[in-house]
Every structure is written in structure tokens, then in C-alpha cells.
Design a protein around this ligand. Structure first.
Ligand code: ATP
Ligand code: MG
Length: 419
């Protein structure tokens, strides 16, 4: 039986990779310009890091983690997100002793056992950026500005920035109780999962996709009406800084985000180009995460961009695909030797060249050059070679010219790199 990839795990093929590389390259450029440094963290962590960091009663921890026991009996989990690991690394290596403020980004695969569908996979990639050590609302706006700048720079359109405040450990418990109280009267309308959430983590009900739960929560009290004065001041400042940075936002008082560590500022960027899985990115402030994982009381804010959803929105043009600059069509044994010499030189100069190893007919080589979308074809025939010449065909305008072999590298470099 033929072995296939696991459900929800994708191959990213060479004809798609250009978009991925473009997105990653742009992220690196922009983030580094904003003073962020890359950090690479392991794919496996102790399960506790996520259960304590993300929260026991979240969908991720309850039912989406890839958790297993290794040969020594340790309970390990394939990372479902990067923030908790980044916080762990910051604490473990005492990065705060060098400078309390750390601006970090990380690009890589995450794993969640979800029902695979369009825009939702079991291995998916995120671009993640985090600032640790700053409570000032200025940094909330700075991070959001960087995110929007990036999304626009890669070519996304029809974006909407939604923001909310989720309160803090001082004011959220009161809201939770209020929400629970309200929902108890509607509990018959709630799905089985939400019945459970009602007691364990009622805020999660806002995230439920079930229609009757939506209805149940329609007139529920909103967290924004319960936040304490410190949170209110912080949120007002965030809005002010966003306005100063000329960013338009809409308030979405129903957005709660799927991880328990969020406090105060929460945000999402949705694209109206996407269907139901329309959140390209989400993020927020998490002033409790560090304490949950057993560390110091350090504030943080950041976001994660879903790369599959991002890439699906990028324009479909060819600029992302690296077609060959040149295809060498050689005919006969002697010319193959010459072709081998030329192609090696071209490759050393960074010119993408291809040749036909099978020594097929000229017609079939030209067909292959066409299929590969080569920009030029260099035809090496025995007669021409004897005269010290080769034929260069521009595949776009079909113009052919004879060029001398002795200076061929420079001639090709000049033409190809000029175009
Ligand atoms: P959703 O509400 O779509 O489940 P989420 O709130 O679980 O998203 P986060 O944990 O905030 O998502 O992750 C940030 C981004 O990662 C999302 O906005 C999305 O683009 C992407 N993402 C999350 N889960 C998946 C998945 N299973 N497959 C592909 N992309 C995903
Ligand atoms: Mg999710």
C-alpha cells in the first residue's frame, strides 16, 4: 500500500514555496526593522508548560494537544503555539537580566488536533512576535502597527482590526461570575461542551460555533463593561496610540480569544477575502502567563499569524516562482561536454540554468524549456560549436541571435541579469 501523509498534515510543494518564502522574508525584514530578534524554540515541551500557560479549561488544552509519553515516561506535547515556549526560554535563560525588555519573533510549525478543513490543519505554521517586559500601552499599539504594516506589505487587502479589553486578574473574576449568572438562565440552550464551559470557563462560550450557543450569548453582559479603572485607562491609551499611528480599528466587545492567558488588550485581524476561517491573526496582552508557568511577574504582548491563511490570500502571480533563467539545449556528445562546462559556470554565478540530461531531440528539449517557463534557451549545435557560436532564443519574444561561445558567460550574465 502506498504511504500517504497523515490527515491534517500538508506538504508545501516547490510551486507554492515562493509565497511562503516571500511572507517569511518580509516578516523578518519588517520585524527586525522594529527591533525584534529571532528566537528558535523546541517543537516538544513538557505538557505542563501548555496546560498551565494556556489554561486547563481551554479548547487547546482540553482536546487539541498532541500529547504523548516518551520512552522515559515524560509527558510531552508538540507545541500548539509559541508564546508559552518563548516565555519559558526568556525565563530559563534569564534574558531579563540583560535587558528587561525582549522583542522576539519565531516562525515555525504548530500542532493542534483539530478537525481538518480548509484553513484548519493539524500541523500549521505561525509567524509569532512577542514583547516581554513592558506594560505601557504604547507597546500594544506598536506591536499592532507592526502587524498591520506587515500584512499590508505582503499585499493583503480588506483587513479589519478588531480590538477589545479582557480585563485583568483584579476585575475579570467579577465579570466571569456575572456571565455565569446570566448564562445559567440559558443553560438549556447551550451545547454539551458549553454546559461544561459554563462552570469551568464561561468566557470560552463566546468562541463556540454552535448556533444555539450564539443565540444564548447574544445579550450576555460584556467584559468591557466590567473592567476596572486601571484596565479602562490602559485600554483608552491603547486606542489613543492606535489613532496617533493612524490605525483604524473597530471595537469587538465579543472577542475573547482562545487562550486563558490573555489580559487587557486583545485583537484580531480578519480578512474579508477569507471564508469562515477568516482570522488571519490574533493576539493580545498576557500579564499573567509568566506567573502561571512559575516565573516572575512579567507582562507580555504579542500576536500569531496563521501562515496557511496568510499565504492563501497572497496574489497568484508568477513573481513568487523561481523559473529557470536559461535552458541549455545541447545536441550531440561534444556539445554535451560544452553544455556541462557552461551550466556549472552559470550556477556558480547564481544563474538558474537547466539542461536535458537525456539528450533528447531539439524539439522535445524545446518543449521542456517551454514547460519549465525558461526565460532563454541556449541552443548548442555541433555545426555552430565548430564555428565557435551558439544560438540564444528569447522565449518571450521568440527572437533568436547567434552569440560567440568564448565570451558566453558574460554575454548571458549581462542579458539575464539585465532583464
Ligand atoms: P480559530 O478561532 O480560527 O481557531 P485561534 O483563536 O485558535 O483561531 P490562535 O491560537 O490565536 O488561533 O492562532 C493564531 C492564528 O493561527 C489564527 O488566527 C489562525 O490564522 C492560525 N491558526 C490557528 N489554528 C489553526 C489551524 N488549526 N490551522 C491553520 N491555522 C490555524
Ligand atoms: Mg482554534
Amino acid at each position: 500500500m502506498e504511504i500517504k501523509a497523515i490527515r491534517g498534515f500538508n506538504d508545501i510543494l516547490p510551486n507554492e514555496i515562493g509565497k511562503w518564502q516571500f511572507a517569511e522574508r518580509t516578516a523578518r525584514e519588517i520585524f527586525e526593522g522594529f527591533g525584534f530578534s529571532e528566537i528558535r524554540i523546541p517543537i516538544l515541551e513538557r505538557t505542563e508548560l501548555f496546560s498551565r500557560g494556556i489554561g486547563e479549561a481551554t479548547d487547546i488544552v482540553e482536546k487539541e494537544m498532541y500529547t504523548f509519553t516518551d520512552r522515559s515516561g515524560n509527558t510531552l506535547t508538540l507545541r500548539p503555539e509559541a508564546t508559552a515556549s518563548m516565555a519559558r526560554a526568556y525565563l530559563e535563560h534569564q534574558l531579563h537580566t540583560f535587558d528587561p525588555v525582549a522583542k522576539l519573533y519565531c516562525i515555525g510549525p504548530m500542532f493542534r488536533y483539530e478537525r481538518p478543513q480548509k484553513g484548519r490543519y493539524r500541523q500549521f505554521y505561525q509567524i509569532d512576535a512577542e514583547v516581554f517586559g513592558v506594560e505601557n500601552p504604547m507597546v500594544d499599539a506598536e506591536v499592532i502597527l507592526m502587524l498591520i504594516h506587515f500584512l499590508k506589505k505582503v499585499g493583503l487587502e480588506r483587513l479589519e482590526l478588531q480590538i477589545n479589553s479582557l480585563g485583568c486578574r483584579a476585575c475579570r473574576p467579577r465579570y466571569r461570575e456575572e456571565l455565569k449568572h446570566f448564562l445559567l438562565t440559558k443553560s438549556f440552550q447551550l451545547c454539551e461542551d458549553c454546559q461544561r464551559r459554563l462552570h469551568a470557563n464561561p468566557l470560552r462560550i463566546f468562541d463556540c460555533k454552535v448556533e444555539t450557543c450564539h443565540e444564548a450569548i447574544a445579550n450576555a453582559p460584556q467584559v468591557i463593561d466590567f473592567i476596572c479603572s486601571e484596565c479602562q485607562i490602559h485600554f483608552d491609551q491603547v486606542k489613543k496610540y492606535l489613532e496617533r499611528a493612524e490605525l483604524t480599528y473597530i471595537l469587538n466587545p465579543r472577542m475573547v480569544r482562545g487562550l486563558d492567558y490573555y489580559t487587557r488588550t486583545a485583537f484580531e485581524v480578519v480578512s474579508y477575502q477569507l471564508g469562515s476561517q477568516n482570522a488571519v491573526t490574533g493576539g493580545g496582552r498576557y500579564d499573567n502567563l509568566f506567573q502561571e508557568i512559575g516565573g516572575l511577574d512579567i507582562p507580555g504582548i504579542g500576536f500569531a499569524i496563521g501562515m496557511e491563511r496568510l499565504v492563501s490570500l497572497l496574489p497568484k502571480d508568477r513573481e513568487f516562482i523561481q523559473y529557470p533563467h536559461l535552458f541549455i539545449a545541447a545536441l550531440g556528445e561534444e556539445t554535451m561536454k560544452e553544455a556541462y562546462r557552461i551550466i556549472n559556470q552559470l550556477h556558480l554565478e547564481g544563474i538558474r540554468a537547466e539542461l536535458d540530461y537525456e539528450e533528447k531531440s531539439l524539439k522535445s528539449q524545446m518543449r521542456r524549456a517551454d514547460k519549465l517557463k525558461a526565460q532563454y534557451v541556449l541552443i548548442l549545435g555541433e555545426d555552430e560549436l565548430k564555428r565557435g557560436k551558439a544560438v540564444l532564443r528569447n522565449m518571450e519574444n521568440k527572437v533568436q541571435e547567434e552569440i560567440p561561445i568564448n565570451n558566453i558567460l558574460n554575454t548571458l550574465k549581462e542579458k539575464i541579469l539585465r532583464d
